[in-house]
Design a protein around this ligand. Structure first.
Ligand code: FES
Ligand code: FES
Length: 159
């Protein structure tokens, strides 16, 4: 096993683990970042979504060796209770979730979308979240929350 350098939420870590270890395992069990969730482990549910160099990726399907030196953003890097990201505020305002297990992955996918497209249509939001499964049936509130965040961010940028 060799030490691998990871950049997570702007912080640099040296991780010693097998190079084939899934990034999800590294985040949760080596770095203690439990916000990224284990759902299926088979790249089917989107619970484990993180941004890797700005692109949404399922961390259960990426090995440690594949992400060495890349910039990784997890839900812990999106916002804090004191300084929430507009998406997090909008999800709270819309009460967009029930159990909440899917939400870290959904927020990450939504951030990737709004970073690229500040004014997405509802169809574009649905397409961007297509890889994220929500079993609680909160999809309509989730779509509304992303629209609300996008509007708030546009209005904030125009001020
Ligand atoms: S846990 Fe990674 S896609 Fe389900
Ligand atoms: S809120 Fe429960 S799975 Fe989405």
């Amino acid at each position: 096993m060799q030490a691998t350098r990871l950049i997570v939420n702007g912080q640099t870590f040296e991780v010693t683990a097998d190079q084939d270890t899934p990034l999800l395992d590294i985040l949760r069990n080596h770095l203690g970042l439990k916000g990224t969730k284990f759902g299926c482990g088979l790249e089917q549910c989107g619970c484990c979504m993180v941004l890797i160099d700005g692109k949404p990726e399922k961390s259960c399907g990426r090995s440690l060796s594949a992400v060495a030196g890349k910039a990784i953003l997890t839900i812990e890097g999106l916002g804090t209770p004191d300084r929430p990201h507009p998406l997090q505020e909008a999800f709270l305002d819309e009460q967009a979730g029930q159990c909440g297990y899917c939400l870290p992955g959904i927020l990450i996918s939504a951030k990737a979308l709004l970073d690229q497209n500040p004014s997405p249509s509802r169809k574009e939001i649905a397409e961007a979240l297509d890889d994220n499964v929500c079993r609680c049936g909160s999809q309509h509130r989730i779509l509304r929350a992303v629209e609300r965040a996008a509007l708030g961010m546009r209005e904030g940028a125009a001020r």
